[in-house]
Write a protein of this length. Structure first.
Length: 319
């Protein structure tokens, strides 16, 4: 059940759009895959894939401001072509987008959905007509991080974020400059930040099941982040799900050692020991790579901090 509306701008249901976005004719979703809808009707992927129009649209939908220099688009979408050929390709792809979206809308005005600004050589989406899921997600995630002290608002925002962030940012087949990949990492980190904050807020308001769900999603968003696994252990233990917490910690330790040849930090191992028992703390410090040499193990051993080192825990109630 959703929280009742108690804060301006936070509804009792998922909000996939910003205020006023519902009236826009074209919707571009790029979180968890790519979908384009015009006038409420889907625009087929096959049609958009002609002349790499889909890759250009994915780039414009993903980046802040939804505008890019023409040369940047050329480098990203047509990196193998010379300047003149890539320049012509930008115009061809723009024409495909206008034609296909115009056909779905049945409206000649759709020609302005993507346009070029010749004065500064940019190509941009017309945001008077287009809405993007990235914008709504980013606004709500940043509101979470700016709402310290208002736990019920944070939980409500994170519930909306669950519906908006359907998965990692769609990366088109051609991303020659790596712009979309970098943006995908940025948004993935923002998602994990927001869900960690949401899990902490849910625990403070005694919403144990929601705290577990948010914490798990934060961990899934970035499976190397210690703050995400720490809040997951705390949430599961608070909810009386000790076995799940032990399993989650064991998987995390194994994954971290495999990826880094290092154990989890002293801070996390201390939390695990206090929540799950000293055996779990020792498991983190003694874990070996699944495959490796004696030198690999010495690297792990050398990385284990002195037990006398006093590290401040992020959660005072566990210290």
């Amino acid at each position: 059940m959703r929280l009742p509306q108690t804060h301006e701008g936070v509804s009792d249901g998922p909000e996939d759009a910003l205020p006023g976005e519902e009236a826009k004719q074209v919707r571009v979703n790029v979180l968890g895959g790519m979908e384009v809808r015009a006038g409420g009707k889907p625009v087929g992927n096959t049609a958009l894939e002609r002349r790499r129009a889909k890759s250009m649209l994915a780039l414009l939908a993903a980046i802040p401001g939804h505008a890019a220099k023409r040369f940047t688009i050329m480098e990203s979408v047509w990196p193998e072509y010379d300047y003149d050929t890539a320049h012509r390709c930008v115009y061809s792809a723009t024409s495909v987008l206008r034609t296909e979206i115009c056909g779905a809308l049945g409206d000649g005005d759709a020609a302005s959905v993507v346009y070029s600004n010749r004065s500064d050589r940019t190509v941009l989406l017309n945001m008077d007509m287009v809405s993007c899921d990235v914008d709504a997600f980013e606004l709500k995630a940043r509101r979470v991080l700016d709402s310290a002290g208002d736990d019920r608002l944070i939980v409500a925002l994170c519930r909306d974020i669950e519906d908006l962030y359907r998965g990692p940012l769609f990366v088109p087949p051609t991303d020659g400059a790596g712009i979309v990949v970098a943006r995908a990492r940025e948004l993935q980190g923002l998602y994990a930040d927001a869900m960690v904050a949401g899990a902490e807020a849910a625990m403070r308001t005694d919403m144990k099941t929601i705290a577990c769900r948010f914490a798990r999603k934060a961990h899934e968003g970035d499976d190397m982040r210690e703050d995400a696994v720490k809040v997951l252990l705390l949430a599961l233990c608070e909810a009386g799900r000790q076995v799940e917490a032990e399993q989650a910690y064991e998987r995390y330790v194994s994954h971290v050692v495999d990826m880094t040849r290092r154990p989890p930090s002293h801070s996390l191992r201390k939390v695990a020991g206090q929540l799950l028992g000293d055996g779990m703390r020792d498991k983190g410090s003694r874990s070996r790579p699944r495959s490796g040499t004696a030198e690999d193990q010495r690297a792990v051993d050398d990385a284990v901090p002195s037990e006398s080192l006093q590290l401040r825990l992020d959660f005072g109630d566990v210290a």
